[in-house]
Write a protein that binds this ligand. Structure first.
Ligand code: ZN
Ligand code: ZN
Length: 116
């Protein structure tokens, strides 16, 4: 069973969290756990270097963002990173801070790490 952790940021408090994702038998990656993490920990674990491609849909037992409880994500059109999405159109990216409506529903996402 392949599993990895990818990172997202909560726009409510700007904090990082890790999402445990697992490769399903159909080859898709789905999320099943989320936990708070800090930048140093994420770097030493290599979470910032993970790369996956999949729908990132969540499993029934996925607990949601550890800070705000959101289960859905959007991918920023500018920096390509993941931020909680609680509904509504405009939001601010938790990473680069742009306010935009170019955020897209995550249907298939290619995530790679990078600067935190
Ligand atoms: Zn959140
Ligand atoms: Zn961004």
């Amino acid at each position: 069973m392949e599993a990895t952790v990818i990172l997202a940021r909560c726009p409510d408090n700007g904090q990082l969290y890790g999402m445990r994702t697992q490769k399903m038998p159909d080859g898709d990656w789905r999320r099943n756990w989320a936990f708070p993490v800090n930048a140093r920990q994420a770097k030493s674990e290599g979470y910032d270097r993970m790369e996956i491609r999949g729908s990132l849909r969540y499993e029934a037992d996925y607990p949601g963002c550890p800070y705000c409880g959101a289960k859905n994500l959007v991918q920023c059109g500018k920096c390509g990173k993941l931020t909680c999405w609680k509904g509504g159109k405009a939001l601010v990216c938790g990473w680069c801070g742009i306010r935009a409506e170019r955020f897209e529903w995550v249907s298939e996402v290619r995530v790679s790490g990078g600067d935190m």
